[in-house]
Design a protein around this ligand. Structure first.
Ligand code: 5AD
Ligand code: SF4
Length: 451
């Protein structure tokens, strides 16, 4: 039995693709291993969203080649594979196969052909009509949390972004399939599902099958209500695209307890001029209106975002608008990135005129502003009881367990490993830089069993 080691970089869609790759390979008689040094085949599922992410592929293959043991079969999957195709063989020595973002369903055949002696195999083809989106329980990153792709690709073409090129145009999965797989997951013990896609709220399936009878102005909010009706304990979704983010999504959250109170709404910049150059399709005012509507919800919805600093042409004044927006929005978390020019994107031909030093300065200044605002915002959780899905033992702290709240904060608390897999009520006592700390509530079921 050949052993396969699979390393994944990048977004949740990549993690989800990798889970299906592992499912397929296990079905076809390969053994998945966590030990790269013992693997006959090493697969690297790559990300190309920023140069740093792409660089990881080069480092990884170099390390394998110089490890001193007979070289395993090395395969490149994912976004870098899709974009580079067969040029990767010339660029990086030691690669045996290249499989694009939609060809992952054929991975076992490709590996077999390499094992049979074929060289330089590239498959950048389309998904099979009968592509199996299911992930076996054994290959999921967690027994309790599952990713459910609902839309893949992107039609937005923000000028800095490589995704529309690496993952193609938006394709929505049939609602009836999504609902069927959520029901199956519920039966097998999954507590929380994440509906995932580059822009989940642009969801537009070809037919309404599965959505009939569910109210809402957009197919996405109707899908949310339909998934809610499966009775699964928690539903999260990301990422949301501001222009397509309509009030009916918030209304659905307000009306269905199992739709979690967390929205990831990337703003990218607070300057209308830069937003225009990015072709985002929203302004700071239109974005703020969505924030206001989210804030009016009785559910205390946690809002998180992505921001790029140092986009071509971004002036000190533009950057100030971003700092102001961060202060206005009061994010529970923000992921800040320095602009990284990606070959093939429209912004690549713009003058990357913000110096690396200036990008670093803006990054640090924005990080400080966000940290300050975040610390203030997170204080509202102190003394509150949050429902935490306990997922694992805390790193380095034997007596502690760790999980996520419905508002998607990491929460750590003292408790035994037996709690893993259950949802517990935890009273928050402390705000840390990227997590919350609390204690098991006395009236929680687990606390009663413990004493
Ligand atoms: N440079 C820097 N950050 C980028 N992102 C996407 N493309 C780039 C780029 N070229 C960021 C955006 C996006 C997140 C996933 O990655 O903020 O929301
Ligand atoms: Fe990239 Fe914009 Fe599409 Fe997001 S919406 S994946 S940033 S092009």
């Amino acid at each position: 039995m050949k052993k396969v080691y699979l390393e994944t970089f990048g977004c949740q869609m990549n993690v989800s693709d990798s889970e299906r790759v592992a499912t397929t390979l296990a079905k076809k008689g390969f053994e998945m291993t966590l030990r790269e040094d013992q693997a006959d085949v090493v697969l690297i599922n790559t990300c190309s969203v920023r140069e740093k992410a792409e660089q990881k592929l080069y480092t990884q293959v170099g390390r394998i080649r110089h490890s001193g043991r007979p070289k395993p079969v090395v395969g490149v999957l994912g976004c870098v594979a899709q974009l580079e195709g067969e040029t990767l063989f010339k660029k990086i020595e030691g690669i045996d196969l290249v499989v694009g973002t939609k060809a992952v369903g054929r991975i076992s055949d490709v590996i077999q052909r390499v094992l049979d002696g074929e060289e330089g195999i590239v498959d950048l083809g389309e998904r099979e009509k009968d592509y199996d989106w299911n992930v076996s329980d054994a290959q999921r990153h967690s027994p309790y949390v599952a990713f459910v792709p609902i839309i893949e690709g992107c039609n937005k073409f923000c000028t800095y972004c490589i995704v529309p090129f690496s993952r193609g145009r938006e394709v929505s999965l049939p609602a009836s399939e999504i609902i069927r797989s959520v029901l199956e997951m519920r039966r097998s013990g999954v507590k929380e599902i994440h509906l995932i896609g580059q822009n989940v709220n642009s969801y537009r399936p070809e037919s309404d099958s599965g959505l009939e009878g569910f109210e809402g102005a957009t197919p996405f909010s109707r899908l949310l209500r339909a998934v809610s009706a499966t009775g699964i304990e928690r539903i999260k979704f990301n990422t949301s695209f501001p222009r397509d983010f309509k009030a009916d999504i918030v209304d659905a959250i307000n009306e269905h307890e199992n739709l979690c109170n967390w929205v990831h709404l990337p703003v990218q910049s607070g300057s209308d001029r830069v937003l225009g150059l990015m072709k985002r399709g929203h302004t700071s005012e239109s974005y703020k209106k969505k924030i206001d509507y989210l804030r009016s919800s009785p559910r205390d919805i946690s809002i998180t975002t992505d921001i790029i600093v140092g986009f071509p042409g971004e002036t000190g004044e533009d950057f100030k608008r971003t700092v102001e927006l961060v202060e206005y929005a009061g994010y529970d978390a923000a992921y800040i990135f320095k602009y990284s020019p990606r070959p093939g994107t429209p912004a690549y031909s713009m003058d990357d005129d913000v110096s690396p030093e200036e990008k670093t300065d803006r990054f640090l200044e924005l990080e400080t502003a966000q940290r300050k605002s975040q610390n203030e915002r997170l204080k509202r959780y102190i003394g509150k009881d949050l429902e935490v899905l306990v997922e694992k033992q805390a790193v380095r702290m034997e007596m502690q367990v760790s999980g996520h709240s419905t508002c998607h904060k990491v929460v750590n608390f003292n408790g035994p490993a037996e709690l893993i897999g259950s949802i517990e009520k935890v009273r928050i006592t402390e705000v840390k830089s990227n997590s919350l700390f609390g204690e098991l509530c006395n009236d929680s079921k687990a606390a009663m069993q413990l004493c």
